[in-house]
Design a protein around this ligand. Structure first.
Ligand code: ZN
Length: 317
């Protein structure tokens, strides 16, 4: 974890006119490379804090498993709404009923821009599902496969990144309209006759706007982080994001090779011809098991993903 003290040292070195080249006498750290990359990209320093994101993650797992329709799920939604409003965003709620179960998407928008999309500006939607799977159907212990899971990585991690982005995105540096989508009912697919991405599909079908890009973040907190291109995702946008990660020194985590094909919340947007990307680390041994718990995720992984998105959103168009 790169702490605040390290960040200040890095900034001071840069502002003193040392510049990235002065780091050439030794192996530069990822942070120093990141500082240089952020400057080169025309933005301020990335300020996404993995520790703060991690607290948002732990606040969710503390509520227990959060399947769609459960009391804990509703409370998770209330937590998300409160955090959005704290950060100066509005929170619109979109409720739906599917197979008799009440679900709710939450849409965060920067309050200063709530009057509508800025003309001639890109609209970017960032999404994450906040429900957790009501079944550990991949657990090695067959007696636990109907247990509900904590979803520390599969659920809470993506939400935590979006909530920390709500805090750090600097409005004067973002020449885009950004909506944060907290999607319900992603993860009951293939259980009791449900498909995946019920909430995302509901939202995508009712969009009154035409977003330029959609980026979904899911399972991004793994201690051993390996994020490959997802094969169904828009490849041009994927390459933009992975290039920024590389410039920030995160090349070991963001590997620019295709590996998995994933059904996730990007699919309903792709089906509407919207360029969409799924940032997902699918090499996670605890996926859909009762072991998807807080000890398997780490602030550093959240920070790499958050800072990559922050720089991407704040860079010049
Ligand atoms: Zn899942």
């Amino acid at each position: 974890m790169v702490g605040l003290a390290g960040l200040i040292v890095g900034v001071a070195g840069f502002l003193a006119g040392a510049g990235p080249l002065s780091f050439s006498g030794r192996k530069s750290t990822a942070l120093e490379q990141g500082v240089g990359a952020a400057k080169a990209l025309g933005s301020g320093l990335p300020s996404f804090d993995g520790e703060r994101a991690f607290r948002h993650l732990a606040a969710q797992t503390a509520l227990g498993p959060r399947p769609t329709g459960s009391e804990a799920s509703w409370n998770t939604g209330e937590f998300i709404i409160a955090e959005l409003r704290n950060a100066g965003w509005s929170a619109e709620q979109q409720e739906f009923i599917f197979k008799g179960v009440r679900g709710r998407n939450i849409i965060g928008r920067q309050r200063s821009r709530a009057g509508g999309a800025l003309p001639d500006h890109d609209l970017i939607l960032l999404g994450a599902h906040y429900d957790t799977r009501p079944g550990a159907d991949r657990d090695v212990d067959s007696t636990r496969r109907s247990d509900w899971i904590d979803g520390a990585n599969d659920g809470a991690s993506g939400v935590s990144v979006l909530l920390e982005l709500a805090r750090v995105l600097e409005k004067d540096q973002v020449n885009r309209d950004i909506w944060l989508l907290f999607l319900d009912a992603e993860d009951r697919g293939q259980l009791s006759g449900w498909p995946f991405s019920v909430g995302a599909r509901h939202l995508a079908a009712r969009l009154a706007v035409d977003p330029d890009r959609v980026v979904i973040v899911d399972m991004v907190g793994d201690v051993a982080q390996n994020i490959y291109f997802e094969r169904l995702s828009n490849q041009a946008v994927s390459q933009e994001l992975w290039a920024i990660a590389s410039q920030l020194g995160y090349g070991d985590s963001f590997i620019p090779e295709a590996r998995h094909t994933i059904i996730d919340d990007h699919i309903p947007f792709l089906e509407r011809n919207i360029p969409a990307v799924d940032i997902i680390d699918f090499d996670y041994p605890y996926w859909h098991t009762v072991e998807d718990t807080l000890d398997k995720v780490t602030p550093e992984s959240l920070e790499r993903v958050g800072r990559t998105l922050e720089v991407w959103l704040e860079k010049d168009q």
